[in-house]
Design a protein around this ligand. Structure first.
Ligand SMILES: *Cc1c(COP(=O)(O)O)cnc(C)c1O
Length: 416
């Protein structure tokens, strides 16, 4: 994995150059599009700071990145081809450098978030099974673990797919093989022959990572049609950097697509989910009726701000691959340091060593302490069994120290 770090000036130059290649609503006769710059009463273009603020300048200029720009050489709305090229470059870096895909072998776009990117994948595979195999909606199931994000049931509901929810082990949060085999055998007996399998590249609650090879090879051994989507909304920008042995890459033949959110680990603004998929699949969700867009539409969302794509690209360039790896490894180190202290105190918890999440068994932390430090529970409806700590960049060592001191005092009081 390698891409070079760029200086603020280099980034600024590239982004402003891209903006100049876009049509400019202020200086050109752009008569036919239903878009324009941001309201100039509030977002006045002559604010002096803007000439030094590439992201804000893109926001104010308001390019629309509607559609999917990796599909063909010409841009979708060519009046924004400058910034759309940055999005293409971003997809290329993520697919090829972070997820080790072959050159020019992936399509993708910056979705509003992980929810859409996950549903986009389900939509592609549902249509793929219908078109290629004549599958009916009730013959297609969506398979995911009980620890998966709620965008899975949401997507299943929107797309009319049956959900098969796999149980996980209470302690290590891994998908139970017996439950997988029992539920898939039952589903096949009920006439389900096509499977959309979502594997977690870290769940939100536990930071657990599904055993993709074990689960996918089971489907493979059955000889059924299945497709695997990876939900890396949370872990997509950390795990590939902290685990050099990651099986979550395009080199893994079982994987067809990824979700990887910028607005979780990468600290980009909200609106920066990322969807990546091997070439040859986006056509299954082409909306031919999108006649007013020269390149047609292939996404769920339609219009979307070009500034979002630019923001992800800028963050990746600000750090370079080595800088980002250092940052993610540092978060993992800080997480491990907390784990050592928990071990010392005899506190039981779950943690994947490549992820910056620790989930503590609720028996070991009082509700008052959890609330004081804003720990998040696994369930608010049924009572907390686990409380989690997410070691994000704002979680400083001082905060961690005072939490651990309070915890130690509480454990000692309990022991008496
Ligand atoms: C946050 C998250 C999502 C959903 O992402 P949004 O950007 O909030 O739509 C999906 N899956 C996982 C694992 C997540 O952590």
């Amino acid at each position: 994995m390698f891409w070079k770090k760029l200086s603020h000036n280099e980034i600024k130059e590239i982004v402003f150059d891209a903006l100049h290649k876009n049509a400019n609503y202020r200086s050109q006769a752009v008569l036919g599009v239903p878009g324009t710059y941001l309201d100039s009463e509030q977002f006045y273009p002559d604010a002096p700071f803007l000439k030094d603020a590439p992201y804000m300048s893109v926001m104010v200029n308001n390019p629309n990145h509607i559609g999917c720009h990796t599909l063909s050489e010409e841009s979708v709305l060519d009046i924004f081809e400058g910034t759309q090229k940055i999005e293409k470059e971003l997809i290329k870096i993520c697919a090829e450098q972070i997820f080790h895909g072959k050159e020019n072998d992936a399509d993708g776009y910056v979705a509003p978030g992980g929810t859409e990117a996950n549903i986009q994948a389900m939509w592609v595979y549902r249509n793929y099974f219908m078109k290629e195999f004549g599958a009916k909606a009730n013959e297609i199931a969506l398979v995911y673990s009980q620890d998966s994000h709620y965008s899975m049931p949401k997507g299943g509901n929107i797309l009319s797919l049956t959900s098969i929810i796999l149980e996980v082990d209470e302690e290590d949060r891994s998908i139970k093989q017996e439950d997988l085999e029992a539920k898939i055998t039952q589903a096949r007996a009920n006439g389900i022959n096509y499977f959309i399998v979502v594997m977690n590249l870290s769940t939100t609650m536990f930071g657990s990572v599904d055993d993709i090879d074990r689960v996918a090879s089971y489907f493979d051994s059955l000889g059924v049609e299945f497709k695997v989507h990876v939900d890396g909304a949370y872990g997509g920008f950390i795990y590939p950097f902290t685990n050099p042995e990651s099986r979550f890459t395009f080199k893994n033949k079982y994987i067809t697509s990824f979700t990887s959110d910028g607005h979780k680990m990468l600290q980009t603004p909200y609106g920066t989910g990322l969807f990546l998929i091997r070439k040859g699949y986006m056509d299954y969700v082409c909306t031919d009726e999108a006649q007013y867009i020269p390149g047609k539409d292939y996404t769920i969302c339609g219009s979307r701000s070009g500034a979002n794509a630019v923001s992800i690209w800028m963050i990746l360039m600000t750090h370079g691959s080595a800088g980002w790896q250092y940052k993610m490894e540092s978060l993992c180190d800080r997480t491990s340091r907390i784990c050592s202290k928990l071990d010392e105190l005899g506190v039981k918890y779950f943690r994947n060593p490549h992820i910056n999440i620790i989930t503590i068994k609720s028996d070991f932390v009082s509700k008052q302490l959890a609330e004081k430090y804003h720990l998040v529970a696994d369930s608010y409806e049924f009572g907390a069994k686990w409380w989690k700590i997410v070691v994000m960049p704002h979680v400083k060592q001082g905060h961690i120290d005072s939490f651990l001191m309070d915890l130690e005092a509480e454990r000692k009081a309990v022991a008496v």
